[in-house]
Design a protein around this ligand. Structure first.
Ligand code: PEP
Ligand code: MG
Length: 317
């Protein structure tokens, strides 16, 4: 089976009805780039930059250290686009206790991801400068996690401009970036029109979108049986986000676990998704589903799944 899948590596990801599908890799650092290429990824859809920040004591990575890691990822992907997500620490991805102690709080609803970045703009601009500098060496997209509020969006975009200005003032080279937002808080999915006004692309983080829609801690085993990607409310938020992007011709991908789950590929295709980002080990199996899919037929079926009280019952059809 693995050998059979390996042969698909160079096969273009195109459906039976001729739709080109983009299969991207999720990586945790530049060392994952070879695996992404080996799996035939069309680029990196999610570089979780927080892995540069985690497991460190006392000091966060400075601009040059981050720049080096982002450059190595860009070089490693050999000209394919690399989507670098700004730091998403907190909740299930804690920093070392010497840097931050939030054990007494509800970290999933607290100062995580972009909220943490905006609470320390100097630190955030350090990361933004490193990403903008790496963009001088290849195609880089900048992705912002956990946004919900218009004010956060405007602050973030202003800090990106400021970081660019700081590099200009220093005479340091930097490159252009497409700027995108994660849709992973239900409020963001429901206010998708606002996000479309500000961003070049959107990426749906189903891991957190499920957690926050269903009020299920994604790290809590005792409620894991209620963590349901097929809950009608979850599907509605995913479907409407994809449809809103497609209606405006804005790129949208899914980068949560759902994108790498072969049981979900047909449904996401039927909902109009054309870009999937996943662990490299899943890419060939998802490609196999893509090659067998007819998106026109799947679109009709997907609408029935969306309307169903028990979507899981329709998934085998
Ligand atoms: C997600 O929430 O779906 C996502 C891709 O981000 P992370 O899993 O890193 O929170
Ligand atoms: Mg997330």
């Amino acid at each position: 089976e693995r050998e059979r899948l390996a042969r698909l590596r160079h096969t273009p990801a195109v459906t039976l009805d001729g739709q080109k599908i983009e299969l991207l890799a999720n990586i945790e650092g530049p060392d994952d780039a070879p695996a992404a290429l080996k799996a035939g990824a069309a680029g990196v859809g999610l570089f979780r930059s927080e892995f540069l920040f985690m497991g460190r004591q006392g000091r966060l990575p400075d601009e040059d250290e981050q720049y080096d890691a982002y450059c190595r990822a860009v070089a490693g992907m050999q000209g394919l686009p690399v989507t670098i997500r700004t730091v998403d620490v907190g909740a299930d991805k804690p920093l070392d206790r010497s840097l931050r102690d939030d054990a007494h709080l509800n970290p999933a609803l607290g100062l995580r991801a972009i909220r943490w970045s905006l609470a320390d703009p100097a630190m955030f601009r350090t990361q933004l400068r490193a990403i903008l500098r790496a963009a001088a060496h290849g195609p880089v997209h900048l992705l912002v996690p956990m946004l919900a509020h218009g004010g956060e969006i405007r602050q973030t975009l202003a800090l990106i401009d400021q970081a660019r200005g700081e590099l200009d003032a220093r005479g340091v080279a930097h490159g252009p970036v497409q700027v995108g937002a994660m849709i992973e808080i239900p409020a963001a999915a429901l206010a998708v029109g606002m996000f479309l006004r500000y961003f070049d692309f959107l990426s749906i983080g189903t891991n957190d979108l499920i957690q926050y829609t269903l009020a299920i801690d994604r790290a809590d085993e005792s409620v894991a049986h209620l963590y349901d990607p097929l809950h009608p409310a979850v599907l509605r938020l995913v479907a409407d986000t994809i449809a809103a992007c497609n209606a405006q011709g804005k790129p949208v991908s899914v980068c949560g676990e759902m994108a790498g789950d072969t049981a979900m590929t047909r449904l996401l295709l039927g909902l109009g998704l054309r870009s999937f980002s996943m662990h490299p080990s899943q890419i060939l199996a998802v490609k196999q589903e893509v090659l067998r899919a007819d998106t026109q037929r799947l679109a009709t079926w997907a609408q029935a799944v969306l309307q169903a009280e028990d979507p899981a019952a329709l998934m085998a059809q």
